[in-house]
Design a protein around this ligand. Structure first.
Ligand SMILES: [Zn+2]
Length: 496
């Protein structure tokens, strides 16, 4: 049975039809995660079939063939498959689901009579040479091409597609309840100065893994997860295989059911088994390298940990998108960003580019260059929560404004011999500093996370088991430390 289309899906259909009528031969539809891409594709196909036309649907992996075939058949279409010696090979069927690999090989020999009257390309931000050859034949022969992509931001897409159609955004899908809301925390912003960039314009995986694999940072991934997201089904994106395995070990060391998967494993069954265990809840934290982006769908994922810095807006959106599906008993998704990705590429509901890259422009699609007028997200200096608000919506921390720095007698609260951080902090000293900061936080109506971060900022680290340390009234000395930290933070913000 065909399901009823949502308003923006019908709107997409009518805009695409209008585009074809107006002579757009290759259009790209932005279809964010959760927008029902296959539903839209199916509706387009049914429209074509009703007019006696032949429609091809091109995917770029084997797993996606079966998903698409099932969907089109459920919607009552006669479907053939072009993929190796697939059992459903049948060129007479009006709807053909093809992998680009097989279609690319057969295309040249294929008689015009069985070539398509309409071509739909799934995941159209990844185009191989074979795609381009087929698209160019379509353009020459008046066959409309429609690309579907959640992330149509690749350089040069505007040279192949002549129009981008956008009828829904991730923020809209959240507003309408089709996706869940996300809360993003950025407790660390790694220093990636000097890390080399690879040929595709992103940081080199091994070089970045070296920075991210630093002992303290790795410990922090687990620590922050315990603090912010314990109990949530979680996907961790690591920089490379060794980094992912090491993070997995860290989680296991504190008794969390964690596993590692990567795309290089030859043992595909082992990987599928781990993913199924994750979906059942037997595994709670699944660490991976780039493999859980495409085609992976586990709606119960309620936390995404970003331990892989990226400059790629596409990869960023793919990673955070894994946590945005709705599921029973899931109210939101927590994103713990140790990679600076949300500050670099935006939050899940940030505005995205509304035009295709023309291939000529050297500008990239970094947020810096694409949205000058919009407020910029920043992490709360106290708890790390990322927002555009002055007062932190998560912990209530209110940064002092710059004028405050001038009214306060700065020298009084600078680091003096008396309140200077110690070289080495004993367990008890550290615990008592934390206890007093916690006492202060509670008195001011801020969350305990504030104390945690201030303690780390000042002493270089926070005590273990912060949950078990009772708050105590801050001493004069701790109050002067707090004032010192406030001024330091205010100065830092003023400088930034
Ligand atoms: Zn905060």
């Amino acid at each position: 049975m065909t399901q009823e289309l949502r308003t923006y899906q019908s709107e997409a259909l009518s805009q695409l039809r209008q585009g074809i009528r107006q002579g757009s031969m290759a259009q790209l539809l932005m279809a964010p995660t959760g927008s029902g891409k296959t539903t839209i594709a199916s509706a387009i196909k049914q429209g074509a079939c009703a007019k006696g036309k032949k429609a091809f649907f091109i995917v770029d992996s084997l797993e996606l063939v079966d998903q698409a075939v099932k969907r089109f058949m459920d919607d009552g279409m006669w479907v053939g498959v072009i993929q190796g010696d697939h059992i459903m090979t049948n060129y007479a069927a009006p709807v053909q689901v093809a992998t680009i690999q097989t279609l690319g090989r057969r295309w040249r020999q294929m008689p015009d009579s069985i070539r398509p009257d309409l071509l739909i390309i799934d995941e159209a931000h990844v185009l191989h040479q074979a795609h381009e050859d087929i698209i160019s034949w379509c353009k020459d022969n008046g066959v409309p091409v429609i690309g579907l992509s959640a992330t149509p931001f690749r350089k040069g897409l505007g040279k192949i597609f002549d129009r981008l159609v956008v009828t829904i955004t991730t923020a809209d899908l959240m507003d309408d309840g089709y996706l869940c809301r996300a809360k993003c925390y950025a407790p660390n912003i790694p220093n990636l100065k000097g890390v080399k960039t690879n040929s595709s314009g992103d940081w080199d995986a091994d070089a970045v893994a070296e920075v991210m694999g630093e002992n303290g940072l790795m410990g922090d991934v687990v620590e922050q997860w315990l603090k912010l997201a314990e109990g949530r089904q979680t996907i961790v994106f690591a920089a490379n295989v060794a980094h992912s395995r090491a993070l997995c070990d860290r989680f296991q060391q504190v008794g969390i059911a964690a596993a590692h998967v990567d795309g290089y494993e030859t043992d595909k069954e082992g990987r599928t088994e781990k993913i199924n265990a994750f979906r059942r809840g037997d595994i709670q934290v699944l660490c991976n390298v780039a493999v859980l982006t495409k085609g992976f769908d586990a709606p119960e994922t309620a936390c995404v940990v970003l331990a892989r810095p990226t400059k790629s807006l596409m990869l960023h959106i793919q990673m955070i998108g894994r946590g945005l599906r709705t599921a029973n008993e899931k109210s939101d998704c927590i994103i713990i960003d140790h990679a600076g990705n949300c500050l670099r590429n935006g939050l899940p509901d940030s505005r995205l580019p509304q035009e295709l890259h023309d291939g000529k422009s050297t500008r990239n699609l970094d947020r810096k260059e694409r949205e000058i007028k919009e407020p910029v997200e920043k992490p709360c200096v106290s708890c790390g929560f990322v927002s555009t608000k002055h007062v932190c919506p998560s912990c209530g921390f209110k940064p002092e404004v710059r004028q405050d720095v001038e009214v306060v007698d700065g020298d009084l609260y600078e680091i003096t011999k008396d309140n200077a951080p110690k070289e080495k902090w004993g367990t008890e000293e550290l615990a008592s500093l934390y206890a007093e900061l916690k006492g202060y936080a509670r008195a001011k109506g801020m969350k305990d996370g504030w104390a945690f971060h201030q303690c780390r900022e000042y002493a270089g680290r926070a005590p273990r088991n912060t949950n078990q340390i009772a708050p105590s009234a801050p001493s004069q000395k701790t109050l002067s430390i707090i004032r010192h930290l406030n001024i330091k933070n205010a100065k830092r913000r003023a400088a930034a």
